[in-house]
Design a protein around this ligand. Structure first.
Ligand code: ADP
Ligand code: ZN
Length: 840
């Protein structure tokens, strides 16, 4: 989003669909599918419905399928084009989704050019849509072409040929993937699978066992009699004593598990006492999402003058009803400023949404927030189970105190806030805020601005390196702008040093990928007991393996990319589709044993460290080492606790982590960032390097940053090393004006996807030609992207540029009309057309 065009503030008014409640014989139902329209269903014979919008209903759709749909409205107008089917079952007593949410969804669908059904599917935890007990079967007569299936889909198909009926969770186990619902959903959409007969209600509250003394023994006399009678059974009497100890000073129910842990006795002993009628076992519903955390100290630290000034600047902006951009250098104390605002909102009984670009950050941040707000803070993320997400949904909807502050990545935006008072978008420049695939391809920052506006909430965007768009919006007064130039405690920003790699090689000063200067600084930091972060923007051992004799590099069989070597498992992996195989010793093309690795990844940095600094304790943080639910946390906590000296990592390291003792940050190679073929490459390079550098010297003495590069005189690297954000901004804006990129213009990327190379080419060319009739030279392409084939699908892209003043809604309508004609051409119908509005 940018300052040109209408922007979120000027979004066109939504079309008033049948949204009112009330009663009637017909119900407008939204299905969680990419359908261009809603369907009308009928009430059963003799019945009328009085259903509120946002209530879920199970409805038949297609031949024998049942879907969970959402009521949009009730009326008395029968559909003209078809005989309405009856609603199968009403699933909610009270609406699952509020009218406010649907209104926000409509904006997203309209702005990002997708269907409301696609937003519905993303916004609502899948447990509310399909249930894990939902069983699927192969559709009769469907024999899909094997080539049309990816590996997982093929496995599912095979499994269903052996066992005709499988539940979603069984399939999940068979293919060893947690999230098979979207895959199944896609297979359902492609008419390969169907749901077996009924839908069952998915969400069941978890029940936990509790133990209490039978009321008969609550009086003292009976109790002492009991203890006497148990004198020969020391384990049983011991257990009862432990129960009393647990009861001491609290009237909370006692968990059976806690009692067993405390007393160390077996379940058999407990059971014996229950059987004798001395103890009673009972069940209570329990929260799956744990809200514990540290007891709040409640006290906020005094703000320093810079923070105080920033806070009042922010208030001024917010009071004027504007989004605020807080531009504060790394470690200037932005988080402390947010905390002030958050506490006020929570005390006023309203809710706060705190968005972060990556769940890695929540591990640290949640502890920091809980210190002030205690159990009122909760984390929402995709690694929670579906049940957990469902529970949190209800807590947020009910405005429960324990979910006053929700910390989460972009999808937390879709929670059903009862009374949203404030949104904080931390590290607003991060591109992970933009959903890439599947639709809706929304930008969470921009969607949050619209949400705040619709919900009457305030919104603060924060960053040390604002996106060009946000800074542009601040300069053109769309946002209020507040700045913090000093680090907290007046710690100086780290000293940056550029090391010329070609010179180092020439002078034979390199050892592995470490220059002499970097080795010196690592040694110095180690001897001063300060920690070190090494950044390399590639995981794996070496990006490619190449044969020194014939130059052959092993390729993925599904994608047009070279495979990456992972030393740990001695295998080659594709970072696009996950395909992997063993590394052979000889070249598959020429047969010589001359395979060699080129380039390097985090894994190789780690193994070189072991050789160069055998005494140092190292760990690595990248996609490969952080797969488990708690993996991030463990790596981060070990580093915080100084159990590791050196942390090697990819971009994951850059996002807002606050380490106390980092003295040195080393950038192993800045060039891959500079040379990335993208109009944002330089902006991103600036942001990334400034952010990693910001992890150094956050508290005590000044930190040090070593940047290794073949381009030590590159403009961007100079700007990074001198902290010249404005200069970088001016250069970038100038360039983008010259070449027609945001913020000067808006971009819609249109992608065409199909298994056949020629068909994609023909379709994209046809589409581009039609677009050119409307938009002339503002249409770029079609072109194949750098990786033209992914998972056996060829991709081709068109970029459409939209000039300031050119109506966005009108432009989208023209595109949609072209798409309709496109789909009328039979050979193009099977090509997928994908829109990415505000492509970043
Ligand atoms: P940012 O979010 O701008 O990177 P932080 O809020 O993480 O900065 O602050 C950097 C460090 O300084 C943190 O460890 C934080 O606890 C500390 N700090 C910031 N403001 C204060 C304050 N007013 N009093 C005490 N410590 C502070
Ligand atoms: Zn691949």
């Amino acid at each position: 989003m940018n300052s040109t065009g209408s922007g979120p503030a000027g979004a066109p008014p939504e079309t008033p669909a049948a949204r009112e409640g009330g009663s009637g014989r017909f119900v407008e139902v939204l299905l969680p599918l990419p359908l261009e329209r809603n369907y009308t269903y009928a009430a059963g014979p003799g019945e009328g419905y009085s259903l509120e919008p946002g209530t879920r209903v199970a409805v038949p759709f297609g031949k024998s399928k049942l879907y969970t749909g959402l009521v949009l409205g009730v009326h008395d107008n029968p559909p003209e084009a078809y005989e309405p089917k009856e609603i199968y079952r009403v699933l909610d007593e009270t609406p699952l989704v509020s009218p406010g949410q649907i209104r926000h969804w409509r904006w997203i669908a309209q702005y990002y050019m997708c269907t409301l059904g696609e937003v519905f599917r993303t916004a609502v935890p899948s447990v509310f849509l399909l249930q894990s007990e939902t069983r699927v079967v192969l559709r009769e007569g469907s024999r899909p072409d094997q080539e049309d299936l990816d590996d997982t889909e093929f496995l599912i198909l095979e499994a269903l040929e052996h066992q005709p009926v499988l539940s979603v969770s069984e399939i999940s186990d068979i293919v060893d993937r947690k999230h098979v619902l979207p895959i199944l959903d896609r297979m359902i959409a492609r008419k390969i699978l169907i749901l077996q007969e009924k839908l069952q209600e998915g969400y069941k509250p978890l029940r936990a066992r509790y133990i209490r003394l039978h009321p008969d023994f609550e009086d003292e006399e009976a109790l002492s009699e009991l203890m006497d009678s148990l004198s020969r059974a020391p384990k049983q009497s011991g257990l009862i004593l432990h129960l009393f100890q647990l009861r001491e000073g609290t009237d909370k129910p006692i968990r059976s598990k806690a009692l067993q842990e405390r007393s160390g006795v077996s379940r058999a002993i407990l059971k014996a006492l229950i059987d004798k009628g001395i103890l009673e076992e009972y069940f209570l519903e329990e929260d799956r999402v744990t809200y514990e955390g540290e007891a709040p100290t409640g006290n906020l630290p005094e703000l320093n003058p810079g923070q105080t000034e920033a806070l009042s600047g922010i208030r001024l902006g917010l009071d004027a009803g504007r989004p605020v951009l807080l531009h504060g250098v790394t470690s200037s104390g932005k988080t402390e400023v947010y905390l002030r605002l958050i506490k006020e909102i929570v005390q006023a009984g309203r809710q706060v949404l705190y968005l972060v670009p990556e769940i890695a950050i929540t591990e640290q941040l949640v502890r920091r927030l809980q210190r002030v707000l205690g159990h009122r803070v909760v984390v929402f993320h995709s690694r929670h189970s579906m049940q957990e997400r469902a529970e949190l949904w209800y807590h947020v909807q009910a405005g429960q105190e324990k979910a006053s502050v929700v910390l989460g990545a972009r999808s937390a935006l879709f929670l059903p806030f009862a009374d949203l008072g404030l949104i904080v978008v931390d590290e607003e420049h991060e591109n992970t805020y933009k959903q890439f695939d599947p639709a809706p391809r929304y930008h969470a920052r921009d969607a949050a601005i619209v949400l705040a506006q619709q919900a009457g909430a305030r919104i603060v965007l924060g960053s040390a390196t604002p996106s060009i768009e946000s800074y542009h919006n601040a300069r053109s007064d769309k946002y209020a702008y507040v700045r913090m130039d000093r680090r907290y405690g007046n710690v100086l920003l780290p000293e940056m040093e550029l090391v010329d790699l070609s010179e180092q090689f020439r002078k034979k000063k390199m050892k592995g990928h470490f220059s002499e200067r970097l080795r010196e600084e690592v040694s110095a930091a180690l001897s001063e007991r300060r920690q070190i972060i090494l950044f390399q923007n590639r995981r794996g051992y070496a990006p490619i393996v190449e044969c020194a004799s014939c130059g052959h590099a092993p390729q993925c069989r599904n994608c047009d990319v070279s495979l990456t070597y992972h030393q740990h498992r001695k295998e080659l992996r594709c970072h696009y589709c996950g395909f992997h195989r063993q590394l052979e010793t000889t070249c598959e093309a020429c047969g010589n044993a001359t395979l060699d690795t080129k380039g390097f990844g985090t894994e190789q940095v780690e193994s070189e460290l072991a050789e160069l600094f055998p005494e140092a304790r190292c760990s690595r943080m990248d996609l490969d080492t952080t797969r488990g639910k708690h993996a991030y946390g463990r790596i981060i906590q070990a580093f915080e606790a100084r159990e590791t000296d050196i942390l090697v990592g990819t971009q994951m390291l850059t996002k807002g982590l606050d380490f106390r003792n980092v003295g040195l940050v080393g950038i192993m190679n800045a060039d891959s960032l500079l040379n990335f073929p993208h109009f944002r490459a330089h902006e991103r390079c600036y942001q990334l390097l400034t952010q990693v550098a910001g992890r150094a010297g956050r508290t005590r003495e000044r930190g040090k940053v070593i940047i290794q590069t073949y381009n030590p005189h590159h403009q961007i690297l100079k700007q990074v090393s001198t902290g010249s954000y404005e200069e970088m901004y001016a250069d970038q804006v100038y360039e983008r004006e010259q070449f027609g990129y945001p913020p000067a213009l808006r971009i819609i990327k249109i992608t065409f996807r199909h298994r056949e190379y020629n068909r994609v080419g023909d379709g994209a060319a046809w589409f581009a030609k039609s677009l050119r009739m409307h938009f002339g030279k503002d249409v770029l392409g079609p072109e194949f992207p750098p990786v033209a084939r992914i998972r056996n699908q060829y991709h081709k892209n068109i970029l459409l540029k939209i000039r300031p003043g050119q109506g966005l809604a009108q432009t989208k309508n023209s595109i949609k009309r072209i798409e309709a004609s496109f789909n009328a051409i039979s050979q193009f119908r099977s090509i997928r057309v994908i829109y990415n509005v505000d492509y970043i």
